[in-house]
Ligand binder design. Structure first.
Ligand SMILES: [Zn+2]
Length: 112
């Protein structure tokens, strides 16, 4: 029973986080997207914005979680007609919080 309750709460927290990410992505795009909103493939202007997803560096088919093999959080903008997909850095746009190791790397780069 307690396990079910924790799973429900975890699912609620995930839904809230994803919803917040989509809302921040919409607000960020409203500010930054000043050019044409037409899809470059089909011309449609209807897009779906996703919650943050991640991509990883290619590690010859292996799933590597350490050794400097980080992930890149992105949010997607997907054309509702032809599925053309645009990717945006979710950290730089403020859609997701900056992971501590990224903040440290940025300080090291900025501080040289
Ligand atoms: Zn399209």
């Amino acid at each position: 029973m307690a396990e079910d309750h924790r799973a429900d709460k975890r699912a609620d927290n995930q839904d809230e986080r994803r919803s917040g990410e989509r809302e921040r992505a919409i607000a960020w795009l409203d500010e930054k997207w000043t050019g044409s909103r037409a899809c470059p493939i089909c011309g449609t202007v209807q897009w779906t914005i996703t919650e943050a997803v991640e991509i990883r560096p290619w590690e010859e088919g292996n799933l590597v979680f350490s050794g400097g093999s980080g992930t890149y959080p992105l949010f997607q903008l997907i054309c509702n007609n032809c599925a053309f997909t645009r990717l945006f850095n979710a950290v730089m746009s403020g859609v997701t919080p900056t992971p501590p190791e990224v903040a440290e790397d940025r300080e090291a780069i900025d501080g040289d």
